[in-house]
Design a protein around this ligand. Structure first.
Ligand SMILES: [Cu+2]
Length: 653
């Protein structure tokens, strides 16, 4: 009685709280409880979100899929990190995906996803993302939502100005943040100046298959290449990179790399360099990097070491590269949908600098230069300046566009998003974020055709936005409706890892192409079996290969005898279901790696070392039917020197 009375009081006081907050007006963030905002993000049971958002996982090394406007998390796609949930990076088939010239690297720091494009419009075929720490670029299929390819990037370090895509997906670019000796050599660090190089890699993407290959690397002066953006429309054929540390300092960078009032945006005419390379230009340099490809039909990845890379010295291609002076250590580098404006955000500046592409071409035409750096002409700041946004904010980072002539820029230090008008540079609106915003994303907002409607900001710090979970809180994204003149905050939702950039796309472009299961008649895995009747166990010396089938709710074979301590047992498991959303799991007691999650029609292999004599169970980890608990079997492990014959039971025997 007493308890229910307390409960009633609680309900009354809570509803009072809600009402009073709602009445407080717009200056309180509690106004997000306002019912019209709730309706804008509410996706009723059984209904689908209108957009996909692919948010980088930062130090998770992965990419996470969310729905908009609900903010619901749908899937974590393992990319550069082992993922025990599915066995990615643990199964024999996926281990080669994480191979590099440094050996197996089970982790990375993933930053900037970008969706493939045709004619500057998101086409939803693939999404690319960079590994920042051990430089790599991955390609993920937006049919299977699986990582299909990872290419290591040699001569690079802190692969940060990546992975951005030209408007017909001709190239995905991978620019180094840290300059390093190229090729690597043991050298005193104080000999940095003039000796270190910044490699900007142009990775060609095959039109049909998406297969990647490094076409050329431009060996730029030893600055730090922070972010980049391809030209669009009229500036298609060019790529723009922000630089900092044009001082080429090698110590106390937080002071010494901020000495120059202006660093540069490097403008690179990649079509001109491509032509030079196609005509035999460039120098082949010996190197060693991994190229890992996952085959959807063998369900298996292979890793190949590549021994050579084509390098290009900017001095050999006059007229291909120019420097645009840009104030105060620019971070973000963004190009508007028309391709005319290149926005450099000086992270130590309050204002945004907007360069004009046509003014740049004119200055180049008239050879109006203000000196050069390592043979690369520097243009006059005033000659290329289109305007600047006097924002009054602090720490501008990144800009996206709504396709209606407006731009949106994040300000890290003052924690806000500022909306401004392209051409007049006037600030139209500003909204706070909670707290310390990094990137922001508008679906298609970095392409020729933004889809508008939503913008979401990705915050570095979450503080009081959710129930506390100890010292670590998930980072946060905040969703805004941008369909009106003023931005409207609709929703907070947590994101996994540290979200850097994100890509978002209307769901209609990809949802109908999403694969529902792998066809068994296309399964070319060398250890696949076509039906449970083909299940068998084969001994090859100390290796025992189990050709296993799984189908609701049974493993075939299920009771295996004749395995000995010191053997190496391979479970090659084919999921024989041909039905949407029916994976099975596999876990073996004492396995040193992971479990497996095997999709319908797929084959995966788990390696197990029997270490102890006895009878040991394995079971299905993914609840698959009412008799899921019965989906189980045993392996009998006998002493090393025993002579028990291999035997097993098949379906119904
Ligand atoms: Cu099962």
């Amino acid at each position: 009685m007493r308890t229910s009375f307390k409960f009633l009081i609680l309900i009354l006081s809570t509803s009072f709280l809600f009402v009073s907050c709602g009445n407080k007006g717009n200056n309180s963030n509690k106004s997000a409880l306002n019912s019209s905002k709730a309706e804008k993000v509410y996706v009723a049971p059984g209904e689908h979100d209108s957009h996909y958002a692919f948010i980088s996982g930062g130090y998770s090394g992965n990419l996470t899929v969310y729905g908009l406007p609900s903010g619901r998390m749908f899937k974590e796609i393992p990319v550069f990190s082992q993922f025990p949930t599915t066995g990615y990076g643990y199964s024999e088939e996926t281990k080669p995906m994480l191979n590099t010239s440094f050996g197996q690297i089970p982790w990375d720091d993933s930053h900037h996803p970008d969706i493939s494009q045709t004619n500057g419009v998101l086409d939803g075929r693939w999404i690319f993302i960079n590994g920042n720490n051990t430089p790599r670029i991955a390609r993920i299929s937006l049919t299977t939502f699986e990582t299909e390819e990872i290419i290591e990037v040699p001569n690079s370090a802190g692969n940060h100005s990546s992975s951005f895509i030209t408007e017909n997906t001709e190239y995905v670019v991978a620019g180094t943040r840290f300059s390093v000796p190229v090729p690597q050599v043991d050298v005193p660090i104080n000999e940095y100046k003039g000796n270190f190089k910044g490699a900007l890699s142009f990775i060609k993407v095959d039109k049909e298959t998406g297969r990647m290959g490094i076409k050329f690397q431009i060996l730029m002066p030893g600055f730090n290449y922070d972010l980049s953006h391809p030209g669009r429309d009229k500036s298609h054929g060019w790529f723009f990179f922000t630089t900092y540390n044009t001082e080429e300092a090698s110590t106390l960078l937080e002071v010494n790399a901020s000495q120059n009032d202006k660093d540069f945006i490097a403008a690179i005419n990649w079509k001109k360099i491509e032509e030079y390379v196609d005509n035999g230009g460039g120098t082949k340099m010996p190197t060693n990097y991994a190229h890992n490809v996952y085959d959807e039909h063998t369900h298996t990845a292979t890793s190949t070491m590549v021994k050579e890379v084509l390098t290009v010295n900017p001095a050999d291609i006059p007229g291909a590269i120019y420097f645009l002076p840009t104030p105060k250590s620019p971070h973000g580098c963004d190009v508007d949908p028309t391709g005319e404006y290149i926005i450099g955000n000086g992270k130590l500046s309050a204002d945004l600098t907007i360069h004009s592409f046509s003014k740049m071409l004119e200055a180049i035409e008239n050879k109006k230069f203000d000196g050069e750096a390592y043979g690369i002409p520097i243009l006059n700041y005033e000659d290329v300046l289109a305007g600047s946004v006097k924002s009054g904010g602090l720490g501008p980072l990144h800009t996206e566009f709504d396709g209606l002539g407006n731009a949106y820029t994040t300000f890290f230090i003052s924690s806000e998003v500022v909306k401004w008008k392209i051409g007049t540079w006037e600030v139209i609106d500003r909204k706070p974020t909670y707290y310390s915003v990094g990137h922001l994303t508008i679906p298609g907002g970095n392409s020729r055709k933004p889809f508008g409607k939503y913008m979401f900001a990705m915050n570095k710090i979450t503080k009081d936005r959710y129930l506390p979970t100890g010292p670590e809180l998930e980072h946060s994204a905040q969703l805004y409706d941008i369909s009106g003149d003023k931005m409207e905050l609709l929703l907070d939702f947590p994101t996994h890892g540290e979200p850097h950039y994100a890509a978002a796309i209307p769901a209609d472009i990809i949802k109908n192409n999403s694969k529902k299961f792998y066809r068994l008649d296309e399964n070319k895995h060398p250890y696949a079996i076509t039906s449970p009747a083909d299940a068998k166990v084969v001994r090859e010396g100390k290796d025992v290969h189990i050709y296993m089938s799984m189908i609701r709710s049974h493993f075939t074979p299920d009771n295996i005898e004749g395995v000995k301590v010191g053997d190496k047992v391979y479970f090659h498991i084919t999921n024989h279901e041909q039905d949407f959303d029916v994976p099975h799991g596999f876990a073996m007691i004492g396995a040193n790696n992971s479990e497996l999650l095997i999709m319908p029609g797929q084959t995966k292999t788990l390696t197990w070392y029997p270490k102890k004599v006895g009878v040991w169970p394995f079971y299905c980890t993914d609840f698959c039917s009412a008799l899921h608990q019965e989906m189980q079997g045993y392996i009998r492990v006998s002493p090393k020197n025993s002579d028990i014959k291999l035997s097993w039971s098949l379906d119904g025997e």
